[in-house]
Design a binder for this molecule. Structure first.
Ligand SMILES: [Zn+2]
Ligand SMILES: [Zn+2]
Length: 279
């Protein structure tokens, strides 16, 4: 298990990497730019290489790039869709510069056109982008809490998208807080077993490439996306223990996106995970 944390906005790349290395992290997640903007900002290739070397030096691998929240591959607005495709393409390039193997993307919002049309739009958008993206970077669809017209809260929807592409072309990132909000009970050993079996049937566990491990205070199935510290929310520690000890490949990245990343809370949450993980 390669525990990691999402990098805070403050502090700069190198300083944050030194900090998470000191915490014993083996993976890390970054936003490539402003998570709520259309522009990523410039980055010199030399600087990206320096960053990649620093990660290598500290054996922090993989670096996971989380794409901006604005990107919506299911948009039925032409201009919005074009901007989304462009920024996703740029994000894939940016990930390659950092030698990051994964870009995580929230599956999308159908915006009222319906689930089927939304999914078809996502598949079309990926089909168009895929041949242009760097071969070294894989797009991972993240399951969502299912609020509003969000797609990808149901494992079947993620499975449908993946099945439209050659095996291994895309992957999945599962977020525990989103799963809980979407009605998958990951708060007990039995619930984790059932959830992962549903995921295996709908998608295939071999496509799970990253886990976001977050607690949440919302009710099961509430469709509200709000992250909490591990053990301080509605997801029982028994659930986290069952998830961590499921028998994953040793190199599976498990990344915290808990509140106040960049503070001592990271250490507290990592300690909790390490107590629960028997590997
Ligand atoms: Zn996310
Ligand atoms: Zn997440």
């Amino acid at each position: 298990m390669r525990f990691g944390v999402h990098m805070p906005q403050k502090g700069g790349f190198a300083k944050n990497v030194e900090r998470v290395a000191e915490l014993g992290c083996r993976s890390i997640q970054i936003f490539p730019g402003n998570p709520s903007g259309w522009r990523m900002g410039k980055l010199e290739a030399k600087e990206a290489e320096k960053r990649a070397d620093l990660l290598e030096k500290h054996d922090i691998n993989p670096l996971v790039v989380h794409s901006a929240y604005l990107i919506n591959l299911a948009s039925n607005n032409e201009e919005f869709l074009a901007k989304s495709k462009k920024l996703l393409g740029e994000t894939m390039e940016r990930a390659a510069l950092h030698r990051a193997p994964y870009v995580v993307l929230h599956t999308g919002n159908h915006g009222g056109q319906g689930v089927d049309k939304g999914l078809a739009q996502i598949i079309d958008s990926i089909r168009e982008g895929l041949p242009e993206w760097p071969l070294s970077v894989k797009l991972l669809l993240e399951n969502t809490a299912g609020s509003g017209s969000a797609l990808g809260s149901r494992f079947e929807e993620l499975g449908q998208i993946l099945a439209s592409f050659p095996k291994g072309a895309l992957g999945i990132c599962i977020d525990t807080a989103h799963s809980w909000a979407a009605g998958y009970d990951v708060g007990s050993a039995g619930g984790v077993d059932k959830t992962l079996s549903l995921f295996n049937n709908a998608v295939g566990l071999e496509h799970l490439q990253v886990i976001h491990v977050n607690d949440t205070r919302v009710d099961l199935g509430s469709k509200v996306d709000r992250h909490a510290h591990i053990g301080e929310g509605s997801i029982n520690k028994e659930g986290f223990a069952a998830l961590l000890n499921y028998g994953w490949p040793e190199d599976l990245p498990v990344i915290l996106e808990t509140p106040e990343n960049g503070t001592e809370w990271d250490r507290t949450n990592l300690n909790t995970l390490r107590e629960l993980y028997k590997g």
